[in-house]
Design a protein around this ligand. Structure first.
Ligand code: GDG
Length: 483
């Protein structure tokens, strides 16, 4: 077996330019952590965009950048500002992202953006082809790079290629509206293994392959020319240990060393032990249902007025894709809703919503997870939703209630949470009431089961399962050829 090549839109390191020098800092996100077992020390390379456009990189620093990246086993694909615009903000985030999350009305079908998407996918494929040997294993990530598998396959017919989609794959009726639907499917089918978070996404994909390309599908194998492509679900987990250990450390922090946020949260809890904190954390994205959650909160306060001055909703909305118009509109809508609800219900001693529009350091994220009694995570559509898993992992005494949307991929593995339809305000308000009044023993029993599952199916297991399955597929292919 040769080396492993991982390829994703962004690299697992961030470049920082200061005083004419450059440093590469490893990212701490879920994907980077999960891939550690696949991409650490050994013979592996991660290819992706650095986050800086060609125009932003000072010429003199270019060789230094390559060196800094190679120290982290990474190599960059160069993109111009126009390419980032058409490929990333354009086709990826204004066509595929809304369409695959069932926001058909937000999806723009611009030929120019599609052409740039193809051109940039070819750049990524070329970056692989420059370094790949026939016995290497390639793992392509996510919706920005769906054409890459086929582009690599054309030049290297025997190489092993896996693809994992981090967002939902929509039903055939939605997917068929895409003008370039056949090209996208054919691009993906360059892989030997295609992975999704859930069985439903897998089924939707197979149905599109059958109906749009007329290919033979048996169980979860697709037969195409002389090749067999396997399609399977691999629900992504979290770095369970990292979150549970951070929570323990957080709770044992001496008062003098606590963060300002933690001190304030504890102070409120002390003043009114019956008060309840609801927690909402997402990137500011229309798929996450933040505006709906705010309207549902207002509905809840009217339906259960006994909780006025008792509950508090903490919203952390992380800035995201803020140059896409839909995101700007949503930001305005959320600002207004928070202002209106706080204006309507606040008293001299109580503000119902605390709203943070920013990204917080990891330690503050843990402050929020460990102090909030109820996590209210109700996306309208979400590939998985890792925040739900992280919240449960930090509940070291097993108290805490998770209210989760049925439309999040994670709902499939988190049946012990209170699962709701985010469009149903009546059900949402009742779920909040149920969460507030849930006996501690019941909370602990539900979380005990959830924690056991999350600890076992952690992100490392996810990465290893995917790689294992890809290797099996390759072996099957070889035995098929030998026959
Ligand atoms: C895509 C899919 C799928 C959030 N705020 C802060 C912060 N975070 C971290 C969380 C979590 C991650 O960001 C968010 O992950 P999600 O899974 O919830 O959502 P997406 O960003 O939309 O991710 C999604 C995922 O890919 C994986 O396949 O689950 O469905 O949409 O890890 O902890 N981290 C810090 N500060 C913050 O303010 N440090």
């Amino acid at each position: 077996m040769g080396k492993t090549i991982i390829i994703s839109n962004r690299l697992p390191v961030q470049l920082q330019i200061s005083n004419g020098d450059i440093t590469a800092i490893p990212s701490v996100g879920g994907l980077a952590t999960g891939m550690k077992s696949v991409h650490s020390g050994g013979d592996s390379l991660w290819i992706g965009w650095s986050g800086l456009t060609d125009e932003e990189i000072p010429k003199a620093l270019a060789p230094k950048i390559d060196k800094a990246l190679s120290e982290h086993g990474s190599s960059k694909v160069n993109l111009t500002a126009d390419e980032v615009d058409g490929f990333y903000f354009g086709f990826s985030n204004r066509t595929i992202w809304p369409l695959f999350h069932y926001f058909l009305e937000y999806s723009e079908f611009e030929l120019d953006n599609w052409n740039i998407y193809k051109q940039v996918n070819q750049k990524f494929a070329d970056a692989i082809l420059k370094v790949a040997n026939d016995d290497d294993i390639i793992w392509v990530h996510d919706y920005q790079l769906m054409l890459v598998p086929q582009m690599v396959r054309e030049k290297k017919p025997n190489i092993s290629i896996g693809f994992f989609l981090h967002i939902p794959f929509p039903s055939f009726e939605i997917f068929r509206t895409l003008p370039w639907r056949e090209e996208i499917l054919e691009g993906l089918l360059g892989s030997d293994l295609i992975g999704f978070h859930t069985y439903d996404y897998e089924r939707h994909f197979l149905s599109s392959v059958r109906r749009l390309l007329g290919l033979e599908v048996s169980f979860n194998d697709i037969h195409m020319d002389e090749r067999v492509i396997k399609v399977d679900s691999f629900p992504m987990g979290i770095d369970y240990k990292k979150f549970s250990e951070a929570a323990l450390k957080n709770q044992n922090t001496p008062p003098g060393e606590q963060s300002e946020l933690q001190r304030r949260l504890y102070k409120h809890k002390k003043t009114d032990p019956d008060a309840k904190f609801f927690l909402s954390i997402d990137r500011l994205d229309y798929t996450k249902g933040i505006a709906k959650r705010l309207n549902a909160f207002e509905y809840f306060l009217n339906k259960y007025p006994q909780y006025k001055e008792k509950v508090r909703l903490i919203i952390l909305a992380v800035p995201s894709r803020s140059n896409v118009p839909q995101y700007q509109l949503l930001k305005r809508e959320i600002d207004e809703l928070v202002g209106r609800i706080n204006g309507e219900f606040s008293t001299v001693s109580w503000t119902p919503i605390w709203y943070f529009y920013r990204s917080m350091p990891f330690e503050n994220l843990i402050d929020l997870y460990t102090t909030c009694d109820i996590a209210w995570l109700t996306p309208i559509r979400d590939g998985m939703n890792l925040v739900a898993k992280e919240y449960i992992a930090t509940r070291t005494d097993r108290t805490g209630v998770l209210i989760l949307s049925e439309m999040a991929g994670s709902a499939n593995e988190m049946n012990e949470a209170i699962l709701i339809n985010p469009n149903n305000f009546e059900q949402t308000a009742d779920a909040l009431n149920q969460a507030i009044t849930m006996p501690v023993e019941e909370q602990q029993e539900r979380n005990r089961v959830l924690q056991k599952r999350l600890e076992r199916y952690n992100v490392e297991k996810w990465a290893n399962d995917f790689m294992g399955s890809l290797l099996d597929q390759k072996e099957k292919d070889f035995s098929h050829v030998a026959r």
